[in-house]
Design a protein around this ligand. Structure first.
Ligand SMILES: C[S@@+](CC[C@H](N)C(=O)[O-])C[C@H]1O[C@@H](n2cnc3c(N)ncnc32)[C@H](O)[C@@H]1O
Ligand SMILES: O=C(O)C(=O)C[C@]1(C(=O)O)C=C[C@@H](O)C=C1
Length: 247
């Protein structure tokens, strides 16, 4: 990912009306900085994707990076695996994200077979694939649409295929949840966000990013067909799961 990104100051001045969060030009311009300072463990998760792919991916298999934003997950795979190891389709609904992801991926990994599609991941025809990545994307779909998508992804996965699902999560225990959210706000403060930025971003994300519990994720993955899933990473209220299709 190019470091030519602006510092996220979107919520730094008082707004009369905090609009619903959207992945528009303004967010695209500072997205690498925003996600790095806002998602605990983001860099570690990206770093593990190549290792997971290295272990689970059949040589030359197809990979999907769904809700790719600027293509960081695709870039992480390309940085860790040779060009003939996989072919990849990255998809995002935001035209501004897609435009910049195309530029970045073409410049950074021209040898890899990576295409970037502008589209809705709920409406895509999926081809047989070995790995599907949903890195902080499912949380932005209406909750009622999540299971149907996962069932379609399960159907598209080849035997032995895996799905990596990273999400902001809530704790079913109210006190535990409050502790995690408070420490998450400390994490944001430590990364330079002000009280105003934290509170206005929280308002903007209400009913836009709708998090589930880890229990709800595992139960939904099971209903979608996955016989086995586990949480391989958690840092405060952010987690990553892996779900397996039988070999
Ligand atoms: C938090 S970002 C994902 C970050 C990215 N995966 C990464 O690792 O850097 C969520 C992305 O999902 C995209 N998105 C949300 N709903 C979508 C949908 N229905 N179809 C495709 N993309 C969607 C948004 O446009 C946004 O770019
Ligand atoms: O800032 C927050 O509270 C977040 O939840 C971070 C989060 C995410 O989890 O996707 C929210 C929006 C941006 O896409 C980047 C990161």
């Amino acid at each position: 990912m190019s470091d030519a990104s602006y510092r996220d100051a979107i919520f730094s001045t008082p707004l009369d009306r905090v609009a619903r969060f959207s992945f528009d030009e303004q967010v695209v311009a500072c997205f690498p900085d925003m996600i790095r300072r806002s998602v605990p463990g983001y860099g570690q998760i990206l770093g593990m994707l190549g290792l997971i792919a290295g272990r689970h991916l059949r040589h030359g298999a197809h990979v999907y990076d769904l809700g790719c934003s600027l293509g960081a997950a695709s870039l992480a795979l390309a940085g860790q695996l040779p060009p003939d190891a996989f072919r990849l389709t990255a998809v995002d609904l935001s035209p501004a994200m897609v435009e910049r992801a195309r530029e970045t991926l073409a410049a950074e990994c021209p040898e890899h077979a990576i295409e970037v599609i502008e589209g809705d991941i709920r409406a895509l025809d999926y081809r047989p694939s070995g790995l599907v990545i949903l890195n902080f994307t499912l949380q932005f779909l209406p909750p009622e649409d999540r299971e149907a998508l996962l069932a379609r992804l399960y159907a598209a996965l080849e035997p032995g295929g895996v799905l990596v699902l990273s999400e902001k999560v809530v704790d079913p225990d109210e006190r535990d949840n409050a502790w995690r959210v408070e420490r998450y706000h400390d994490f944001k403060r430590a990364n330079g966000y002000s009280e105003l930025e934290i509170s206005q971003k929280r308002t903007a994300l209400e009913n836009v990013l709708v998090p589930d519990t880890l229990e709800a994720h595992h139960a939904r993955l099971a209903r979608a067909g996955f016989p086995r899933s586990l949480t391989w990473f958690q840092y405060l209220n952010f987690a990553s799961l892996i779900a397996f299709k039988e070999a």
